[in-house]
Design a protein around this ligand. Structure first.
Ligand code: LLP
Length: 440
Protein backbone atom coordinates (compact mmCIF):
# COMPACT_ATOMS: atom_id res chain seq x y z
CA UNK A 1 0.00 0.00 0.00
CA UNK A 2 0.99 3.62 -0.56
CA UNK A 3 1.21 4.45 3.11
CA UNK A 4 3.46 1.53 4.19
CA UNK A 5 6.55 2.71 6.04
CA UNK A 6 9.14 1.24 8.37
CA UNK A 7 9.60 3.41 11.45
CA UNK A 8 12.83 4.18 13.33
CA UNK A 9 12.56 1.04 15.42
CA UNK A 10 12.12 -1.10 12.31
CA UNK A 11 8.38 -1.70 12.72
CA UNK A 12 5.98 -1.74 9.78
CA UNK A 13 3.32 0.93 9.74
CA UNK A 14 0.35 1.51 7.51
CA UNK A 15 -1.08 5.03 7.37
CA UNK A 16 1.08 5.72 10.41
CA UNK A 17 -0.47 2.89 12.42
CA UNK A 18 1.98 0.20 13.65
CA UNK A 19 0.74 -3.12 12.30
CA UNK A 20 2.02 -4.92 15.40
CA UNK A 21 -0.37 -2.81 17.47
CA UNK A 22 -3.31 -3.73 15.20
CA UNK A 23 -2.43 -7.42 15.64
CA UNK A 24 -2.25 -6.98 19.41
CA UNK A 25 -5.53 -5.16 19.68
CA UNK A 26 -7.60 -7.26 17.27
CA UNK A 27 -5.75 -10.57 17.25
CA UNK A 28 -4.69 -12.41 14.11
CA UNK A 29 -5.50 -13.16 11.39
CA UNK A 30 -6.68 -9.63 10.70
CA UNK A 31 -6.96 -7.67 7.45
CA UNK A 32 -5.87 -4.03 7.43
CA UNK A 33 -7.46 -1.69 4.89
CA UNK A 34 -5.53 1.38 3.77
CA UNK A 35 -8.12 3.99 2.83
CA UNK A 36 -5.54 6.13 1.01
CA UNK A 37 -4.50 3.38 -1.39
CA UNK A 38 -8.12 2.64 -2.24
CA UNK A 39 -8.78 6.34 -2.80
CA UNK A 40 -5.73 6.86 -4.99
CA UNK A 41 -6.46 3.85 -7.17
CA UNK A 42 -10.11 4.84 -7.54
CA UNK A 43 -8.93 8.32 -8.54
CA UNK A 44 -6.52 6.89 -11.13
CA UNK A 45 -9.48 5.38 -12.94
CA UNK A 46 -11.82 8.32 -12.46
CA UNK A 47 -9.34 11.06 -13.32
CA UNK A 48 -7.70 8.99 -16.06
CA UNK A 49 -11.05 8.64 -17.82
CA UNK A 50 -11.80 12.33 -17.36
CA UNK A 51 -8.42 13.20 -18.90
CA UNK A 52 -8.40 10.75 -21.79
CA UNK A 53 -12.00 10.15 -22.76
CA UNK A 54 -13.93 13.01 -24.31
CA UNK A 55 -17.31 11.36 -23.73
CA UNK A 56 -19.14 10.50 -20.55
CA UNK A 57 -17.40 7.89 -18.36
CA UNK A 58 -18.06 5.95 -15.18
CA UNK A 59 -16.03 3.71 -12.90
CA UNK A 60 -17.97 0.80 -11.44
CA UNK A 61 -16.22 -0.85 -8.51
CA UNK A 62 -16.51 -4.64 -8.87
CA UNK A 63 -17.77 -5.50 -5.38
CA UNK A 64 -16.96 -9.19 -5.73
CA UNK A 65 -13.29 -8.35 -5.15
CA UNK A 66 -14.10 -7.16 -1.62
CA UNK A 67 -17.19 -5.62 -0.08
CA UNK A 68 -18.38 -4.46 3.27
CA UNK A 69 -20.50 -1.47 4.22
CA UNK A 70 -17.50 0.84 4.75
CA UNK A 71 -16.05 0.00 1.35
CA UNK A 72 -19.37 0.66 -0.37
CA UNK A 73 -19.48 4.02 1.44
CA UNK A 74 -15.91 4.78 0.37
CA UNK A 75 -16.68 3.83 -3.22
CA UNK A 76 -19.59 6.27 -3.22
CA UNK A 77 -17.50 8.98 -1.59
CA UNK A 78 -14.87 8.60 -4.31
CA UNK A 79 -17.38 8.87 -7.10
CA UNK A 80 -17.55 5.20 -8.03
CA UNK A 81 -20.64 3.27 -9.04
CA UNK A 82 -21.06 -0.38 -8.06
CA UNK A 83 -20.87 -3.50 -10.18
CA UNK A 84 -22.84 -6.02 -8.12
CA UNK A 85 -22.90 -9.66 -9.13
CA UNK A 86 -25.72 -10.62 -6.79
CA UNK A 87 -28.65 -9.15 -4.94
CA UNK A 88 -26.58 -9.58 -1.78
CA UNK A 89 -23.92 -7.19 -3.03
CA UNK A 90 -26.57 -4.77 -4.27
CA UNK A 91 -28.19 -4.85 -0.81
CA UNK A 92 -24.91 -3.88 0.85
CA UNK A 93 -24.59 -1.01 -1.58
CA UNK A 94 -28.13 0.21 -0.89
CA UNK A 95 -27.58 -0.18 2.87
CA UNK A 96 -24.43 1.95 2.54
CA UNK A 97 -26.44 4.68 0.85
CA UNK A 98 -25.55 3.99 -2.78
CA UNK A 99 -28.55 4.90 -4.94
CA UNK A 100 -29.94 1.99 -6.96
CA UNK A 101 -29.32 3.98 -10.12
CA UNK A 102 -25.58 3.73 -9.40
CA UNK A 103 -25.68 -0.07 -9.17
CA UNK A 104 -25.45 -2.41 -12.15
CA UNK A 105 -26.43 -6.03 -11.69
CA UNK A 106 -24.30 -8.76 -13.29
CA UNK A 107 -24.32 -12.54 -13.00
CA UNK A 108 -24.94 -15.50 -15.28
CA UNK A 109 -27.73 -17.19 -13.34
CA UNK A 110 -30.09 -14.52 -12.08
CA UNK A 111 -33.46 -15.98 -11.13
CA UNK A 112 -36.75 -14.21 -11.85
CA UNK A 113 -37.08 -13.51 -8.13
CA UNK A 114 -33.68 -11.84 -8.13
CA UNK A 115 -34.59 -9.78 -11.17
CA UNK A 116 -37.75 -8.63 -9.37
CA UNK A 117 -35.73 -7.81 -6.27
CA UNK A 118 -33.29 -5.84 -8.40
CA UNK A 119 -36.16 -3.73 -9.63
CA UNK A 120 -37.39 -3.24 -6.08
CA UNK A 121 -33.90 -2.07 -5.05
CA UNK A 122 -34.01 0.40 -7.93
CA UNK A 123 -30.98 -1.17 -9.63
CA UNK A 124 -30.08 1.00 -12.61
CA UNK A 125 -29.17 -1.50 -15.27
CA UNK A 126 -29.22 -5.25 -15.65
CA UNK A 127 -26.35 -6.79 -17.60
CA UNK A 128 -28.02 -9.71 -19.38
CA UNK A 129 -25.72 -12.69 -19.65
CA UNK A 130 -27.74 -15.05 -21.84
CA UNK A 131 -30.90 -15.36 -23.93
CA UNK A 132 -32.90 -17.16 -21.25
CA UNK A 133 -32.18 -14.34 -18.84
CA UNK A 134 -33.34 -11.83 -21.45
CA UNK A 135 -36.63 -13.69 -21.83
CA UNK A 136 -37.01 -13.62 -18.04
CA UNK A 137 -36.21 -9.92 -18.00
CA UNK A 138 -38.87 -9.31 -20.63
CA UNK A 139 -41.41 -11.07 -18.37
CA UNK A 140 -40.33 -9.08 -15.30
CA UNK A 141 -40.47 -5.82 -17.29
CA UNK A 142 -44.02 -6.64 -18.43
CA UNK A 143 -45.09 -7.08 -14.79
CA UNK A 144 -43.58 -3.96 -13.40
CA UNK A 145 -42.34 -1.37 -15.88
CA UNK A 146 -39.32 -0.41 -17.94
CA UNK A 147 -35.90 -2.01 -17.35
CA UNK A 148 -32.54 -0.90 -18.72
CA UNK A 149 -30.45 -3.69 -20.25
CA UNK A 150 -26.89 -4.10 -21.40
CA UNK A 151 -25.88 -7.25 -23.25
CA UNK A 152 -22.86 -9.15 -22.03
CA UNK A 153 -21.08 -10.58 -25.06
CA UNK A 154 -18.57 -13.42 -25.17
CA UNK A 155 -16.07 -11.56 -27.34
CA UNK A 156 -13.88 -14.53 -28.24
CA UNK A 157 -10.77 -12.72 -27.04
CA UNK A 158 -8.07 -14.70 -25.27
CA UNK A 159 -6.37 -13.13 -22.26
CA UNK A 160 -3.09 -14.31 -20.89
CA UNK A 161 -4.09 -15.33 -17.38
CA UNK A 162 -4.91 -18.40 -15.27
CA UNK A 163 -7.57 -20.52 -17.09
CA UNK A 164 -9.85 -20.37 -14.01
CA UNK A 165 -10.11 -16.61 -14.35
CA UNK A 166 -10.23 -16.21 -18.15
CA UNK A 167 -13.76 -15.37 -19.25
CA UNK A 168 -13.56 -14.01 -22.81
CA UNK A 169 -13.41 -17.21 -24.86
CA UNK A 170 -16.23 -18.15 -27.21
CA UNK A 171 -16.74 -21.31 -25.13
CA UNK A 172 -16.90 -19.39 -21.84
CA UNK A 173 -19.88 -19.98 -19.56
CA UNK A 174 -20.29 -16.20 -19.54
CA UNK A 175 -21.91 -13.98 -22.11
CA UNK A 176 -23.86 -14.14 -25.34
CA UNK A 177 -21.90 -15.65 -28.23
CA UNK A 178 -21.40 -13.15 -31.04
CA UNK A 179 -23.44 -15.21 -33.46
CA UNK A 180 -26.44 -14.91 -31.08
CA UNK A 181 -26.29 -11.12 -30.91
CA UNK A 182 -29.24 -10.65 -33.25
CA UNK A 183 -31.30 -13.23 -31.37
CA UNK A 184 -30.72 -11.21 -28.23
CA UNK A 185 -31.66 -8.01 -30.02
CA UNK A 186 -34.88 -9.61 -31.27
CA UNK A 187 -35.94 -10.37 -27.67
CA UNK A 188 -35.34 -6.77 -26.64
CA UNK A 189 -37.06 -5.42 -29.74
CA UNK A 190 -40.08 -7.60 -28.96
CA UNK A 191 -40.58 -6.16 -25.47
CA UNK A 192 -41.24 -2.40 -25.40
CA UNK A 193 -40.51 -2.30 -21.67
CA UNK A 194 -36.91 -3.42 -22.19
CA UNK A 195 -34.67 -0.46 -22.94
CA UNK A 196 -31.44 -1.27 -24.78
CA UNK A 197 -28.56 0.62 -23.16
CA UNK A 198 -25.39 -0.94 -24.42
CA UNK A 199 -22.79 -3.66 -24.58
CA UNK A 200 -20.51 -5.28 -22.06
CA UNK A 201 -17.80 -7.89 -21.95
CA UNK A 202 -15.22 -9.09 -19.43
CA UNK A 203 -12.26 -11.03 -20.71
CA UNK A 204 -10.74 -12.20 -17.44
CA UNK A 205 -8.90 -11.13 -14.34
CA UNK A 206 -5.29 -10.49 -13.28
CA UNK A 207 -4.48 -9.46 -16.87
CA UNK A 208 -1.21 -7.59 -17.23
CA UNK A 209 -1.08 -6.71 -20.93
CA UNK A 210 -3.28 -4.32 -22.88
CA UNK A 211 -3.74 -5.75 -26.42
CA UNK A 212 -6.62 -8.07 -25.39
CA UNK A 213 -8.54 -5.02 -24.15
CA UNK A 214 -8.12 -3.27 -27.48
CA UNK A 215 -9.41 -6.40 -29.20
CA UNK A 216 -12.38 -6.55 -26.82
CA UNK A 217 -13.29 -2.91 -27.51
CA UNK A 218 -13.17 -3.58 -31.26
CA UNK A 219 -15.58 -6.50 -30.84
CA UNK A 220 -18.00 -4.37 -28.79
CA UNK A 221 -17.93 -1.56 -31.35
CA UNK A 222 -18.46 -3.96 -34.22
CA UNK A 223 -21.51 -5.30 -32.40
CA UNK A 224 -22.71 -1.73 -31.78
CA UNK A 225 -22.41 -1.12 -35.53
CA UNK A 226 -24.42 -4.24 -36.30
CA UNK A 227 -27.23 -3.22 -33.91
CA UNK A 228 -27.30 0.24 -35.44
CA UNK A 229 -27.60 -1.09 -38.99
CA UNK A 230 -30.15 -3.78 -38.21
CA UNK A 231 -32.26 -2.07 -35.55
CA UNK A 232 -31.32 1.59 -35.70
CA UNK A 233 -30.25 1.37 -32.05
CA UNK A 234 -27.77 3.68 -30.40
CA UNK A 235 -25.35 1.97 -28.05
CA UNK A 236 -25.28 4.49 -25.21
CA UNK A 237 -22.84 2.61 -22.96
CA UNK A 238 -20.02 0.22 -23.46
CA UNK A 239 -18.01 -1.62 -20.86
CA UNK A 240 -14.93 -3.71 -21.57
CA UNK A 241 -15.22 -5.01 -17.99
CA UNK A 242 -12.49 -5.11 -15.38
CA UNK A 243 -9.54 -7.39 -15.03
CA UNK A 244 -6.40 -5.29 -14.78
CA UNK A 245 -3.83 -7.19 -12.71
CA UNK A 246 -1.63 -6.14 -9.80
CA UNK A 247 1.81 -7.13 -8.50
CA UNK A 248 1.75 -9.67 -5.67
CA UNK A 249 5.45 -10.26 -5.20
CA UNK A 250 8.71 -8.55 -6.08
CA UNK A 251 9.40 -8.87 -9.80
CA UNK A 252 5.73 -9.22 -10.79
CA UNK A 253 4.62 -6.88 -13.58
CA UNK A 254 2.76 -3.88 -12.14
CA UNK A 255 0.27 -2.66 -14.74
CA UNK A 256 -0.36 1.05 -14.69
CA UNK A 257 -4.00 2.12 -14.35
CA UNK A 258 -3.38 5.38 -16.22
CA UNK A 259 -1.89 3.55 -19.20
CA UNK A 260 -4.77 1.09 -19.22
CA UNK A 261 -7.43 3.78 -19.17
CA UNK A 262 -5.66 5.77 -21.86
CA UNK A 263 -5.39 2.74 -24.15
CA UNK A 264 -9.02 1.71 -23.74
CA UNK A 265 -10.25 5.30 -24.15
CA UNK A 266 -8.17 5.78 -27.33
CA UNK A 267 -9.47 2.53 -28.79
CA UNK A 268 -13.08 3.56 -28.21
CA UNK A 269 -12.56 7.05 -29.64
CA UNK A 270 -10.72 5.76 -32.69
CA UNK A 271 -13.14 2.87 -33.26
CA UNK A 272 -16.19 5.15 -33.07
CA UNK A 273 -14.62 7.64 -35.43
CA UNK A 274 -13.86 4.92 -37.97
CA UNK A 275 -17.32 3.40 -37.74
CA UNK A 276 -19.15 6.72 -37.59
CA UNK A 277 -20.67 5.85 -34.20
CA UNK A 278 -21.50 8.46 -31.55
CA UNK A 279 -19.23 8.23 -28.50
CA UNK A 280 -20.89 6.00 -25.90
CA UNK A 281 -20.54 6.32 -22.17
CA UNK A 282 -17.40 4.35 -21.31
CA UNK A 283 -17.62 2.17 -18.20
CA UNK A 284 -14.64 0.57 -16.46
CA UNK A 285 -15.29 -2.16 -13.86
CA UNK A 286 -12.15 -2.65 -11.81
CA UNK A 287 -12.12 -4.76 -8.68
CA UNK A 288 -8.69 -6.19 -7.93
CA UNK A 289 -6.69 -3.20 -9.18
CA UNK A 290 -8.56 -0.87 -6.81
CA UNK A 291 -8.80 -2.94 -3.65
CA UNK A 292 -6.03 -5.57 -3.98
CA UNK A 293 -3.09 -3.37 -3.00
CA UNK A 294 -5.20 -1.55 -0.40
CA UNK A 295 -5.19 -4.44 2.08
CA UNK A 296 -2.58 -6.28 4.11
CA UNK A 297 -3.25 -9.55 5.92
CA UNK A 298 -1.58 -10.20 9.28
CA UNK A 299 -0.93 -13.71 10.55
CA UNK A 300 0.89 -15.05 13.60
CA UNK A 301 3.45 -17.81 13.46
CA UNK A 302 2.06 -20.67 15.52
CA UNK A 303 4.58 -23.46 15.02
CA UNK A 304 7.33 -24.59 12.70
CA UNK A 305 8.19 -28.04 11.45
CA UNK A 306 11.42 -28.94 9.68
CA UNK A 307 10.72 -30.60 6.33
CA UNK A 308 11.22 -34.34 6.69
CA UNK A 309 12.04 -34.71 3.00
CA UNK A 310 13.16 -32.34 0.27
CA UNK A 311 10.35 -30.22 -1.24
CA UNK A 312 11.60 -27.26 -3.24
CA UNK A 313 14.14 -24.97 -1.64
CA UNK A 314 12.38 -24.73 1.70
CA UNK A 315 13.69 -26.46 4.80
CA UNK A 316 10.62 -26.03 7.01
CA UNK A 317 6.91 -25.42 7.23
CA UNK A 318 6.01 -22.31 9.18
CA UNK A 319 2.42 -22.82 10.35
CA UNK A 320 0.27 -19.68 10.47
CA UNK A 321 -3.04 -19.05 12.20
CA UNK A 322 -4.87 -18.38 8.92
CA UNK A 323 -4.74 -19.77 5.40
CA UNK A 324 -7.18 -21.00 2.79
CA UNK A 325 -10.21 -20.05 4.89
CA UNK A 326 -9.35 -16.37 4.47
CA UNK A 327 -7.27 -16.59 1.28
CA UNK A 328 -7.99 -19.46 -1.06
CA UNK A 329 -6.09 -18.00 -4.01
CA UNK A 330 -2.83 -19.93 -3.58
CA UNK A 331 -4.71 -23.24 -3.26
CA UNK A 332 -7.17 -22.43 -6.03
CA UNK A 333 -5.07 -20.67 -8.67
CA UNK A 334 -1.51 -21.35 -7.57
CA UNK A 335 -1.31 -17.64 -6.73
CA UNK A 336 1.98 -16.39 -5.29
CA UNK A 337 2.36 -14.03 -2.38
CA UNK A 338 5.06 -12.70 -0.11
CA UNK A 339 5.29 -12.00 3.60
CA UNK A 340 7.45 -9.94 5.90
CA UNK A 341 7.58 -9.54 9.67
CA UNK A 342 5.81 -6.52 11.13
CA UNK A 343 8.51 -6.03 13.77
CA UNK A 344 12.13 -5.49 12.89
CA UNK A 345 11.03 -5.64 9.27
CA UNK A 346 14.49 -4.93 7.87
CA UNK A 347 15.94 -8.19 9.19
CA UNK A 348 17.65 -9.99 6.32
CA UNK A 349 15.58 -12.80 4.82
CA UNK A 350 17.98 -15.68 5.29
CA UNK A 351 15.59 -18.60 5.33
CA UNK A 352 13.43 -20.28 2.74
CA UNK A 353 10.22 -21.82 4.09
CA UNK A 354 6.71 -22.84 3.16
CA UNK A 355 4.11 -20.68 4.90
CA UNK A 356 1.48 -23.24 5.73
CA UNK A 357 -2.09 -22.47 6.72
CA UNK A 358 -4.00 -23.87 9.65
CA UNK A 359 -6.70 -25.68 7.69
CA UNK A 360 -7.01 -29.43 7.44
CA UNK A 361 -6.03 -29.65 3.79
CA UNK A 362 -2.62 -30.40 2.25
CA UNK A 363 -3.11 -27.70 -0.38
CA UNK A 364 -3.44 -25.11 2.37
CA UNK A 365 0.00 -23.58 1.89
CA UNK A 366 -0.18 -19.81 1.47
CA UNK A 367 3.28 -19.52 -0.06
CA UNK A 368 5.93 -22.00 -1.09
CA UNK A 369 9.64 -21.32 -1.02
CA UNK A 370 9.38 -17.82 0.38
CA UNK A 371 12.36 -15.96 1.78
CA UNK A 372 11.86 -14.88 5.37
CA UNK A 373 14.08 -13.90 8.29
CA UNK A 374 14.57 -16.20 11.28
CA UNK A 375 11.08 -16.44 12.79
CA UNK A 376 9.86 -17.35 16.27
CA UNK A 377 6.44 -18.52 17.33
CA UNK A 378 4.28 -15.48 17.99
CA UNK A 379 5.93 -13.36 15.29
CA UNK A 380 3.42 -11.50 13.16
CA UNK A 381 3.79 -11.60 9.37
CA UNK A 382 2.26 -9.14 6.93
CA UNK A 383 1.09 -10.29 3.50
CA UNK A 384 0.71 -7.33 1.12
CA UNK A 385 -1.71 -7.04 -1.81
CA UNK A 386 -4.25 -9.10 0.11
CA UNK A 387 -7.40 -7.08 -0.60
CA UNK A 388 -8.93 -8.75 -3.64
CA UNK A 389 -10.71 -12.12 -3.73
CA UNK A 390 -9.49 -13.08 -0.28
CA UNK A 391 -12.14 -12.22 2.32
CA UNK A 392 -14.78 -12.04 -0.40
CA UNK A 393 -14.09 -15.74 -1.07
CA UNK A 394 -13.52 -16.63 2.57
CA UNK A 395 -15.16 -19.63 4.19
CA UNK A 396 -15.55 -20.81 7.74
CA UNK A 397 -14.02 -24.19 6.86
CA UNK A 398 -13.05 -26.11 9.99
CA UNK A 399 -15.41 -23.75 11.85
CA UNK A 400 -12.68 -21.15 12.00
CA UNK A 401 -14.30 -17.71 12.34
CA UNK A 402 -13.55 -15.26 9.51
CA UNK A 403 -11.12 -12.43 10.29
CA UNK A 404 -11.98 -8.82 11.04
CA UNK A 405 -11.09 -5.82 8.87
CA UNK A 406 -9.51 -2.71 10.36
CA UNK A 407 -9.41 0.50 8.33
CA UNK A 408 -6.35 2.72 8.83
CA UNK A 409 -6.14 6.37 7.88
CA UNK A 410 -3.98 9.29 9.04
CA UNK A 411 -2.65 7.46 12.08
CA UNK A 412 -6.04 6.15 13.19
CA UNK A 413 -7.40 2.61 13.12
CA UNK A 414 -11.09 1.77 12.98
CA UNK A 415 -12.74 -1.67 13.00
CA UNK A 416 -14.99 -1.87 9.89
CA UNK A 417 -15.90 -5.58 10.06
CA UNK A 418 -15.65 -7.47 13.34
CA UNK A 419 -14.29 -10.99 13.62
CA UNK A 420 -16.85 -13.73 13.18
CA UNK A 421 -17.70 -15.47 16.46
CA UNK A 422 -18.35 -19.10 17.33
CA UNK A 423 -21.89 -18.03 18.07
CA UNK A 424 -22.18 -16.59 14.52
CA UNK A 425 -21.09 -19.96 13.21
CA UNK A 426 -23.94 -21.72 15.01
CA UNK A 427 -26.52 -18.98 14.51
CA UNK A 428 -28.35 -20.77 11.70
CA UNK A 429 -28.41 -24.19 13.35
CA UNK A 430 -31.68 -25.34 14.89
CA UNK A 431 -30.59 -28.61 16.49
CA UNK A 432 -32.86 -31.62 16.63
CA UNK A 433 -36.60 -31.17 17.11
CA UNK A 434 -38.04 -31.63 20.56
CA UNK A 435 -39.20 -34.34 21.15
CA UNK A 436 -36.23 -35.73 19.23
CA UNK A 437 -36.70 -37.73 16.05
CA UNK A 438 -36.67 -41.47 16.62
CA UNK A 439 -33.13 -42.74 16.85
CA UNK A 440 -31.62 -46.20 16.66
N1 LLP B 1 -16.57 -7.14 -14.25
C1 LLP B 1 -17.01 -8.41 -14.39
C2 LLP B 1 -18.18 -8.67 -15.21
C3 LLP B 1 -16.34 -9.46 -13.72
O1 LLP B 1 -16.76 -10.70 -13.89
C4 LLP B 1 -15.22 -9.17 -12.91
C5 LLP B 1 -14.51 -10.23 -12.20
C6 LLP B 1 -14.82 -7.83 -12.79
C7 LLP B 1 -15.52 -6.84 -13.48
C8 LLP B 1 -13.66 -7.42 -11.93
O2 LLP B 1 -12.47 -7.99 -12.34
P1 LLP B 1 -11.10 -7.53 -11.64
O3 LLP B 1 -10.86 -6.09 -12.02
O4 LLP B 1 -11.25 -7.68 -10.19
O5 LLP B 1 -10.11 -8.45 -12.21
N2 LLP B 1 -11.56 -14.99 -7.90
C9 LLP B 1 -10.63 -14.72 -8.98
C10 LLP B 1 -11.06 -13.55 -9.82
C11 LLP B 1 -12.47 -13.68 -10.37
C12 LLP B 1 -12.89 -12.49 -11.18
C13 LLP B 1 -14.33 -12.56 -11.51
N3 LLP B 1 -14.83 -11.46 -12.29
C14 LLP B 1 -9.23 -14.49 -8.39
O6 LLP B 1 -9.08 -14.54 -7.17
O7 LLP B 1 -8.28 -14.27 -9.14
Amino acid sequence: PDTATIDASGDLRLAGVPLGAVAEEHGTPVYVFDAATFARRAASYRDGLAAHYPGEAEVHYACKAFLNVAVAQLALRHGLHLDAVSIGEAQVGRHAGVPGSRIHLHGNAKTHDELRLARRLGVGTIIADNLDELRGLAAVAREGGELGVMLRLAPDVAANTHPHIATGAAASKFGIPLERLLDAARIIAGEPKLRYEGLHCHIGSQITDLPPYRAAVRVLLAAAGTLRRRYGWTTRSISPGGGLGIAYAAGDPEPDIGGYVKTVAAEVVEGCRRAGLPLPKLICEPGRSVVGPAMVALYSVVAAKPLAAADGEADAYVHLDGGMGDNIRPAMYGARLTALPVRDARRPARRVVHLSGRYCESSDVLARDVHVPELSNGDVLAVPAAGAYTLSMASAYNHVPRPPVVLVQDGHAHLITRRETYRDLMARDAGLPDPPVAGP
